[in-house]
Write a protein that binds this ligand. Structure first.
Ligand code: HGY
Ligand code: MN
Ligand code: MN
Length: 415
């Protein structure tokens, strides 16, 4: 495709990213946007408005996955998909996910300005609940599209206030049977997700874009420790069954298991530690841990989960507490499509951008889209590799490079 490309000013996109960031449950610059919250619904309305302004036709499925379609001349062909998420964990930044949604829209608008006419439709997707904040499981919308999470399993999901998925999604206006969310293989011809790296490599090496070859395999295990509790003054140390000191041993055991696999790709985190009753003068009687274990090698990751289970069994015997574990998810890694990677590489060269092939240590909706279509991801640098923090930052140059390479690749794939 030889075209005289207008100067790719992304001022509009930068302004839209900043506007979207103000739609938050927290005070700007902090972004918090949990699925089905008021902020999430306002953010969806804002993003849909931008898509409508670009002449895209909008549809939503029963869980809130949103599809904005630029109709191609051969409308019956499976479309080229691009997109990401706009929900955000507590205390997040403004680029995670949003660069892929608004940057994907910008890539479409650039092609429209160039007068490009797609043969295959191009569909921008805004996935529901990529973040696990509300229901404890990530990629809810894409996981259901790929039927990795069944409607029955989805109906069992509760948030920490005990509200079920059904109650919350219908209150948000998403009706229809959950059975209608799963899509058949071939619903999309190809899928590309633009995303910040959420790691330091591209910036450190001064490389413009990353071509993602594999997406790490995430797993999450819930651990509940039940002790005896009691008075912090009256109950002497011998014979205590303190749920929090037991939990502390498990947290350190998990860290040690991840560090001792011999591979830098193994990571483990305990991001949630809920203590009951949470009073300074009351011995903790119950603790809930949410653990996150990942690796690009699924079997190696599973060995860390096994080590955590073994540590639980040992602590039960020695401390006399009760421990229950629940494997929330343990997903295989995804391999990206070589033909799409080649197209991204050609686009990067044509755009005069440097690039490198790399793995994604974060998971993304593409991990599940890979179950139903050939996928690839396009990374841009983020400052210091920082993400999931309000100081997350991607420069206009970095964002412009991502949009430029994405728009070229969408044009090639949709031609
Ligand atoms: O946790 C992740 O990898 C993603 O940012 N939700
Ligand atoms: Mn995230
Ligand atoms: Mn993300």
């Amino acid at each position: 495709m030889t075209t005289t490309r207008p100067a790719l000013t992304i001022d509009g996109l930068l302004a839209e990213l900043k506007t979207l960031a103000t739609i938050s449950e927290a005070e700007p610059p902090v972004v918090t946007r949990v699925v089905f919250s008021d902020a999430d619904m306002r953010a969806r309305a804002y993003a849909k408005g931008l898509c409508t302004d670009a002449g895209l036709s909008i549809s939503e499925d029963a869980i809130g996955n949103t599809f904005a379609r630029w109709q191609g001349s051969e409308a019956e062909l499976p479309p080229i998909g691009t997109g990401s998420h706009i929900d955000a964990i507590p205390n997040a930044g403004l680029y995670d996910g949003c660069v892929g949604v608004l940057g994907g829209l910008e890539a479409i608008r650039v092609l429209q300005k160039l007068g490009f006419k797609p043969r295959r439709s191009i569909e921008l997707v805004i996935f529901t609940a990529e973040e696990p904040t509300r229901f404890g499981i990530g990629c809810l919308g894409s996981r259901m599209m790929a039927n990795v999470l069944t409607p029955e399993q989805a109906r069992r999901l509760r948030d920490k206030e005990g509200r079920g998925l059904e109650e919350l999604r219908t209150a948000a206006g998403f009706k229809g049977p959950l059975e209608s969310v799963a899509v058949p293989e071939g619903r999309f011809h190809r899928f590309i997700e633009l995303h910040i790296e959420q790691g330091p490599l591209l910036e450190q090496e001064g490389i413009d874009v990353g071509l993602v070859t594999h997406i790490a395999a995430p797993a999450s295990m819930r651990v509940v420790i039940e002790g005896e509790g009691g008075h912090a003054g009256g109950k002497l140390m011998p014979g205590r069954k303190d749920a929090l000191t037991a939990a502390a041993e498990l947290i350190l055991a998990l860290e040690s298991a991840a560090k001792s696999t011999g591979a830098i790709d193994t990571v483990a985190t305990v991001g949630v530690c809920e203590v009951f009753p949470g009073a300074v003068n009351s011995i903790p009687s119950r603790v809930r841990l949410e653990t996150d274990v990942r690796d690009i090698d699924g079997a190696r990751r599973d060995r860390v989960l096994d080590a955590l289970q073994a540590a639980c069994d040992e602590v039960v015997g020695r401390r006399g507490v009760a421990i229950s574990t629940e494997l929330v998810n343990a997903d295989p890694p995804a391999t990206c499509d070589l033909a799409i990677l080649a197209a991204l590489e050609e686009s990067a060269v044509a755009a005069g951008k440097t690039y490198k092939r790399m793995v994604s240590r974060a998971y993304h909706d593409s991990l599940f889209m890979a179950r139903i279509a050939p996928v690839a991801m396009l990374f841009i640098p983020c400052r210091g590799g920082v993400s999931h923090r309000p100081d997350e930052y991607a420069s206009p140059e970095w964002i412009g490079s991502g949009v430029h390479v994405l728009s070229r690749t969408l044009a090639v794939l949709a031609s």
